[in-house]
Ligand binder design. Structure first.
Ligand SMILES: Cc1cc2nc3c(=O)[nH]c(=O)nc-3n(C[C@H](O)[C@H](O)[C@H](O)COP(=O)(O)O)c2cc1C
Length: 332
């Protein structure tokens, strides 16, 4: 049986981003209209072994709903052993990572390497559907490489086991984060799932609100995961929703700065001063990207040790209304 739909309040949701989508960033994205957000990928094995670092990734911000926990693992076994521990955090949905291309993950058989074993994906989804109250989703790629595009087979395996939602990152494992995502496969997947209740979400090259609206229009998908396009740019969720209604909107420089400082405040609350001042840097470089004065602001942020240091760095920005450029620059 396919469980009831979790409450995504908009079709535009924050994709899982290891090192980024912690509770403070998910909170900020929610405030700017994301319909939901996925945690960073969490090791099923680490969770089964009660690793504190692993469990920290499951922390939710006050009243976060839905909490969508993304798990990765090489086989059914760690997923079976981590379920009790996972349920203590009462997630509203569980997502299985079948797309991570990073060598240290795939060499264990997890992430996109799981796509080579659709039967195992079926077993994992089936177990979670039967043994948790949560809707289960799978996030995957087109296949291992261009000569082995098996996303349809993976989708069928997951859907047959009761998956509620499927997210296709329209690249292969060997593409990593380079090249272009080919959205035509998302349209084909949606067609393939016609007649079922399975929700199809798109991922890949959603760098602007226009991209988010376009991918829905062109593929008929049910929703969109926004990843790199949301880094330092949570405003994209409001922009996409307005664009869908035919309205334009730009965030002001003042709002951009206020949001960044609030993001810093949430990080301080969650992790304490030292970690927050340091870890906010990776978000801050994206917040200031493309704005006049960004170079100087970044240099100051790199040595910032207090909220006041961040405020002084933001004073360097003076390009009211400018739109930062989000680029396809991530490589592993
Ligand atoms: C830094 C980084 C971390 C990521 N971490 C995860 C992750 O933990 N789980 C996951 O399923 N995908 C992860 N992804 C993939 C994204 O969720 C998304 O599918 C991918 O970036 C394609 O979307 P985009 O081209 O719009 O960025 C990550 C991507 C990046 C760039």
């Amino acid at each position: 049986m396919i469980p009831n739909a979790p409450l995504f309040s908009s079709p535009f949701i924050l994709a899982p981003l290891a090192g980024f989508t912690d509770a403070p960033f998910r909170h900020i994205a929610h405030e700017w209209g994301s319909g939901g957000a996925i945690t960073e990928m969490i090791s099923a094995e680490g969770l089964a072994r009660d690793s504190r670092n692993t469990e920290a990734l499951l922390a939710r911000y006050d009243e976060e709903k839905p909490l969508v926990a993304q798990l990765f693992g090489p086989s059914l076994d760690p997923f079976m052993r981590c379920v009790d521990r996972l349920m203590e955090y009462a997630p509203d949905m569980i997502d299985i990572n079948c797309g991570c291309p990073v060598a240290k993950v795939v060499k264990t058989g997890a992430g996109s390497a799981l796509m080579r074993r659709p039967d195992e994906i079926h077993r994992i989804v089936d177990h979670l559907v039967r043994n948790t109250p949560c809707p289960v989703s799978v996030k995957f790629r087109l296949g291992w490489d261009s000569s082995s595009l098996n996303y349809m087979e993976v989708a069928s395996a997951a859907a047959d086991a009761g998956a509620w939602m499927l997210t296709l990152h329209a690249r292969t494992r060997s593409q990593g984060y380079s090249g272009k995502a080919d959205w035509s496969h998302i349209a084909r997947l949606k067609e393939h799932m016609r007649g079922t209740d399975v929700k199809i979400f798109a991922s890949g090259d959603i760098f602007s609100a226009q991209d988010a609206v376009d991918v829905m229009d062109r593929t008929g998908c049910d929703g969109v995961m926004i990843a790199r396009g949301a880094m330092g740019n949570p405003f994209i969720f409001t922009q996409a929703a307005r664009l869908q209604e035919g309205r334009g909107w730009q965030v002001s420089l003042k709002e951009r700065k206020t949001t960044m400082l609030r993001h810093l405040d949430y990080m301080v609350q969650a992790f304490g001063d030292d970690v927050a001042m340091r870890d906010m840097r990776k978000h801050a470089v994206h917040y200031v990207k493309g704005l006049r004065g960004a170079g100087q602001a970044k240099a100051m942020i790199n040595v910032a040790r207090s909220r006041e240091d961040y405020e002084r760095a933001l004073d360097m920005l003076d390009d009211e209304g400018a739109v930062p450029q989000v680029e396809n620059t991530f490589e592993f």
